[in-house]
Design a binder for this molecule. Structure first.
Ligand SMILES: C[S@@+](CC[C@H](N)C(=O)[O-])C[C@H]1O[C@@H](n2cnc3c(N)ncnc32)[C@H](O)[C@@H]1O
Length: 319
């Protein structure tokens, strides 16, 4: 049975981060580091908190801790336990109700956007909120730079930036990027978002409407690897063309999907790629699947997934 002492650090952690759920989660240490220091790992998704207990914790201990958690954190109205880790192609996890309102429906805010979704049906990580902001900012800077170069070259042609977001989930990247571009007065852009999970697509549709971004984001359900295989008329209708930016917040699976991304790119497309493990492994898989077709790779850590294993954000241009 776990000691009740282990609960205290979590309370302190939450008190510091009362105002912003996403910031709280970013500040929180990853699961494995926290479990070593005897704290209960947690994910905060607005009204829902998901706790992860050590395997042999008694049910009654979990219930008592969940109730205490609920009392001390007024913004949380439901406490769930994570019972299965993220798995499968759709990267979903399972949770069980512990305390508060019996729901799996989260209402979560980050980067001035609101998201509603069922925590069991789709992948969603609040830990990526800062990552989404950084990528949105980079895209805004690149679009502004391209515009000012056009102006200098006295080109009369107005440019629409075409952005493809693969593995879009419930649409956090498309929505955060669209809102960020609009906040920078960039309006001439189109986002195409692709996702395999039909439940995530349903939630994405609702979230796009909730954030009033229907004019800027189009959803294409299905397998990313089949995007090019659609008949040309259908492709035209779906606006699948050569993109200026391709985002790949990939699932941690073997397929790099880089060959597909290259097929959908043109000379000068900027690709943002998520890789997992060591930096060398990620650089090697990119080089292997893009052979001489890309320029210099910029790479940085974008969070940890296990001890000594990281999520990496690589950015490169197609030659
Ligand atoms: C790591 S999640 C990222 C989700 C989302 N971008 C986010 O940040 O919350 C990866 C997503 O890729 C989707 N996926 C897996 N295989 C796919 C495929 N072949 N084609 C399209 N989407 C796929 C999963 O369903 C999952 O939603």
């Amino acid at each position: 049975m776990t000691s009740t002492k282990s609960y205290k650090p979590i309370q302190r952690n939450l008190q510091n981060i009362h105002h912003s759920t996403s910031e709280a989660v970013l500040q929180a240490k990853p699961f494995y580091k926290r479990s070593r220091s005897n704290k209960i790992p947690q994910d905060l998704l607005g009204n829902i908190a998901i706790l992860k207990f050590p395997r042999r914790t008694f049910w009654i201990t979990k219930k008592l801790k969940a109730r205490k958690f609920l009392k001390q954190n007024k913004q949380v109205t439901t406490v769930l336990e994570k019972t299965e880790k993220i798995q499968g192609r759709l990267r979903t996890a399972k949770t069980k109700h512990l305390a508060g309102i019996k729901t799996k429906q989260a209402t979560y805010k980050e980067n001035n956007c609101t998201f509603k979704f069922d925590v069991d049906k789709s992948y969603f990580s609040p830990r990526l909120s800062n990552e989404r902001k950084m990528v949105a900012d980079e895209i805004a800077k690149l679009i502004s730079k391209a515009k000012s170069e056009k102006r200098k070259a006295k080109s009369a042609k107005s440019i629409t930036s075409n952005i493809l977001i693969l593995f879009a989930g419930i649409a956090p990247y498309p929505i955060v990027i669209a809102k960020h571009l609009l906040s920078k007065k960039i309006t001439n852009f189109k986002i195409i978002a692709n996702e395999l999970n039909t439940e995530a697509i349903k939630e994405a549709k609702k979230n796009i409407i909730l954030n009033k971004l229907q004019k800027y984001i189009t959803l294409i359900p299905g397998d990313a690897n089949k995007l090019r295989k659609a008949k040309s008329e259908k492709r035209k209708a779906n606006k699948i063309k050569n993109f200026d930016f391709i985002l790949m917040p990939r699932p941690n699976l073997n397929d790099t999907f880089l060959k597909t991304a290259l097929k959908l790119s043109k000379k000068g497309t900027t690709i943002f790629y998520h890789g997992f493990g060591t930096k060398e492994k990620v650089l090697n898989e990119i080089r292997k699947d893009t052979i001489n077709k890309i320029g210099k790779i910029k790479i940085r850590k974008a969070g940890d997934i296990k001890p000594y294993e990281y999520r990496w954000q690589a950015q490169f241009k197609v030659k």
